[in-house]
Design a binder for this molecule. Structure first.
Ligand code: 26V
Length: 827
């Protein structure tokens, strides 16, 4: 008997994508056979579907080659577990990765369509809140590009991040159904599913040899169904799979009710279980302890681990080899239940004893922390966990028991330490997920040098001393494929012309641009490209806000989630001070600026929403004041998302990265802006510190207190009023807001805001950093007047961004944390 021939190197209907005629025929076939529409009357959206379906087939083929070669070589794989993947649109990315954009463009033209219009039809897959989710997307891109055997697992939310409109200056949220018009990229695998269990109770029994084993019974079950997306890498020959789980009820009808004639009651159960993957929680700080969120976390963790283990057991009979063949990265604590889940599967399903299961578990996981803010560190109530996941709670108690024995051995007689380090917080009766993740992982990393330092010193000092070498730093990065090649084609072309195209895979190659920083002809081309991008952004602003902004002005941009710690408030205070100076006519040399904001506030975050409203109220007054016409405009761009970022970032002159030092774990927007030739104004926080190290102190505007100074200021009894009273300009700004200058119709609108900041200690030191921020902004004004020097510094910023590629980050994870190799290097 011989093996069946299932090679697919030569599928007869495979299309040669270098041939425009073949693409055109393929598109027509796809329109007729898949979309089911007459090509003669099809519109851009139909053509988008036809094109995407055509590409999906090709990507699936690519992915199968990748997967066959991984099985063939029995490589160690890495699984990236994340509640969020903020991938944005995919069409242009795939075309660039495959190198077939010109051919596809030509084929569409021949069909009377324009590729750019067709690409605009795609909705933004916003399955994430912000930085953490976008990082996951950049990492998949780097893994695919550099041929790491990576794999992503997440949730297929039916509703991603809400879409935002601004009405009367206020944020209004709308549901965002990215699936409404179908998602042509997905490969649906109805037959690939796992049962995920909740509730129930545990029964334990002993066999004849006296071994105890436990069973989890009487559970409420939900089915997790797999949907796959292929993430291409540059060059197109490798695809990484992103598997998203969708919840399906185990029962379509509850026959008991059905037979009684109660039709509605009969489907209720189904609706309830299917809400599990309905919607992404749109907040990224405070956890409200909702049961649904915990269920979402366990749902995707359980399905993913069952899938990972099944894949492993297909090839290996011995579970003890698991850590040699598998690395699992926990993107924050959201998937931390993976630790007790793997223990459960190894003991209750594979029959391993505790010691062996624990050995495998703690050598398989690694955990990335993304925030120091105490309110964002996850904890879950014990009673909720015990009800929902009784078996996992048993395992967690036992992990904690052995762990605390170790703690007592390491720190004898220190009962306080035992209480502080425990996975269970006895005082609040909650499980500390970060402690569980640290104890269950071989490595823990922060996402920028300062962040890792503070993590070790402030959040986990006892763990750091107990586990030498466990805490490491991997500074974040971004993919230059999306954030330069795709989003800024003219600059990408200029760079390629100057230093060759290798930067696309190796960002360090940008260094050769340094030699051109003083070249006036190069500077002129660089500035012309910046201007072109500003014209494009101005069109977007006109369309979304009905506001006309001038590309000659300095574009000063702060786009990111709205948070007190990110200090959009500090920015708008500075804008008001600038407005006052312009009106008083004693500042003729203040250059014209357009100050652009964008970002979403969590729907229940009162202060963040007030800040949005204040920005819009201030904009309304300033933009209608003839005294400052042509010299100052303020814009709030609604519905900030990945696609908006792709247009605004290339257009930026000045990138605002102004969080209170010690609060922004890394930031990744800061890197995207600098890569596109913006200068940064920022604090010594997160990755800004490393950006300064790379670009040089002369090529960045740094202001404000350092993380150490912040701690010191607070320790010495900070009173924001002292700073307000000592600074006449600041005092005036505060008075205007308090007196209702920007909102005469309701003058007390911002009293809660002013009160919260000034009378409740100003925890993010807005007042303390105001003066130095204003001074840094004055230095910006002065420099911008000298366009040559500005261009030189901007070019140097681009040239020195090599470190901030997600390729570097992934190479570091692969080497220092996962112990996996590139398939190309291995070949
Ligand atoms: C936290 C929570 C808390 C519970 C409710 C749901 C939820 C959802 C997301 C998060 C994550 C917040 C952490 C986060 O996004 N951190 C950002 O991570 C970026 C990538 O490492 C980093 O650049 C940013 O500085 C950091 O704020």
């Amino acid at each position: 008997m011989h093996a069946p021939d299932s090679s697919f190197n030569d599928l007869d209907d495979g299309i040669d994508f270098s041939d425009v005629q073949q693409i055109k025929r393929g598109l027509i076939a796809s329109m007729v056979r898949v979309v089911g529409f007459d090509p003669d009357s099809a519109g851009p959206h139909d053509w988008f579907l036809a094109l995407a379906s055509l590409l999906r087939g090709h990507l699936s083929e690519q992915g199968m080659h990748t997967s066959r070669s991984q099985y063939g070589k029995d490589v160690k794989r890495v699984y990236y577990l994340s509640m969020e993947f903020l991938t944005g649109r995919r069409l242009m990315k795939h075309l660039l990765d495959l190198g077939i954009e010109p051919q596809v463009r030509a084929a569409l033209t021949a069909l009377g369509q324009n590729l750019d219009v067709v690409a605009e039809q795609e909705s933004d897959a916003a399955l994430g809140n912000g930085g953490l989710g976008r990082l996951a997307a950049c990492f998949l891109d780097s893994m695919a590009t550099h041929a790491y055997p990576g794999y992503g697992y997440g949730i297929r939310y039916e509703f991603g991040m809400f879409s935002q409109t601004i009405e009367n200056g206020q944020q209004v949220e709308h549901p965002e159904s990215w699936l409404q018009n179908g998602s042509p990229w997905e490969i649906v695998r109805h037959n690939l599913n796992y049962t995920v269990r909740f509730g129930g109770r545990i029964v334990c029994f002993r066999d004849e040899q006296g071994h105890e084993s436990c069973r989890w019974v009487d559970t409420d079950d939900v089915i997790a169904e797999a949907y796959d997306l292929k993430e291409t890498g540059f060059g197109g020959s490798i695809a990484v799979n992103l598997r998203l789980w969708s919840a399906r009820s185990t029962q379509d009808f509850d026959l008991r009710y059905f037979n009684e004639g109660n039709y509605i009651e009969a489907v209720k159960e189904k609706t309830v279980s299917e809400t599990l993957s309905k919607v992404l929680y749109p907040m990224d700080t405070t956890l409200m302890g909702q049961e649904l969120r915990l269920k979402q976390e366990y749902f995707f963790v359980s399905a993913s681990l069952q899938d990972i283990l099944a894949r492993f057991l297909k090839v290996h009979k011995n579970p003890r080899l698991f850590p040699e063949k598998t690395a699992i990265q926990l993107n924050d604590t959201h998937p931390a239940l993976a630790v007790p889940e793997l223990m459960r599967l190894l003991m209750d399903h594979c029959g391993l004893n505790w010691e062996d299961a624990w050995d495998i578990t703690r050598n398989s996981f690694a955990y990335t922390n993304h925030t120091l803010l105490p309110e964002a560190l996850e904890t879950w109530p014990l009673d909720l966990m015990e009800t929902l996941l009784p078996r996992h709670m048993e395992i967690i108690y036992r992990i904690n028991h052995y762990f605390l024995q170790d703690v007592r051995r390491t720190y004898p007689g220190d009962g306080d330490k035992v209480r502080r380090m425990s996975i269970i917080d006895d005082a609040t009766r909650r499980v500390r997920m970060a402690h569980l993740a640290v104890v269950g992982s071989a490595r823990v990393n922060g996402v920028a040098a300062l962040h890792t330092h503070l993590l070790r010193e402030r959040v986990f000092p006892d763990f750091d001393r107990m586990y030498e070498g466990k805490f490491v730093n991997v500074t974040n990065g971004i993919t230059q494929r999306r954030w330069l090649l795709q989003s800024n084609p003219p600059l990408a072309a200029l760079v390629s012309e100057a230093v060759g195209p290798q930067w696309i895979r190796d960002l360090d190659r940008l260094r050769d641009l340094e030699a051109l920083a003083d070249d006036t002809a190069f500077q002129d081309r660089f500035l012309a490209i910046k201007r072109q991008a500003k014209v494009r952004a101005a069109a977007l602003i006109e369309e979304r806000c009905g506001l006309c902004v001038a590309p000659e002005t300095l574009f000063d941009i702060q786009i990111k989630r709205i948070h007190e710690y990110k200090r959009q408030l500090l920015n708008i205070l500075q804008v008001i001070a600038r407005y006052n100076r312009l009106r008083s006519a004693n500042a003729p040399d203040l250059l014209p600026r357009t100050v652009i904001f964008g970002g979403k506030a969590a729907p229940g975050y009162f202060m963040a929403k007030k800040i949005i409203r204040l920005i819009n109220d201030v904009a309304e007054i300033i933009n209608h004041d003839p005294l400052v016409r042509g010299r100052l405009r303020v814009v709030f761009v609604p519905n900030y998302n990945v696609s908006t970022a792709e247009i605004l970032i290339p257009a930026c002159d000045l990138s605002e990265q102004i969080s209170t030092a010690g609060t922004e774990a890394s930031g990744t927007g800061n890197m995207k802006f600098a890569l596109n030739g913006a200068l940064t104004i920022g604090t010594l926080d997160g990755a800004n510190i490393e950006i300064r190290e790379e670009v040089g102190g002369d090529n960045i505007f740094i202001f404000g207190q350092t993380a150490e100074e912040v701690a010191h200021t607070k320790a010495n009894g900070y009173n924001p009023w002292d700073w307000v009273n000592a600074d006449e300009e600041l005092r005036r700004v505060i008075d205007m807001i308090r007196d209702g200058f920007f909102n005469m119709e309701q003058p007390d609108r911002y009293h809660p805001l002013i009160n919260a900041v000034l009378n409740q200690g100003d925890p993010f030191l807005v007042m303390a950093d105001f003066r130095s921020y204003v001074e840094a902004q004055a230095a910006v004004d002065a420099l911008y007047l000298d366009q040559r020097t500005w261009a030189r510094k901007a070019i140097l910023n681009v040239a020195r961004m090599g470190k901030f590629s997600s390729d570097r980050a992934i190479h570091t994870y692969a080497r220092d944390i996962w112990g996996v190799g590139s398939m190309v290097a291995d070949a």
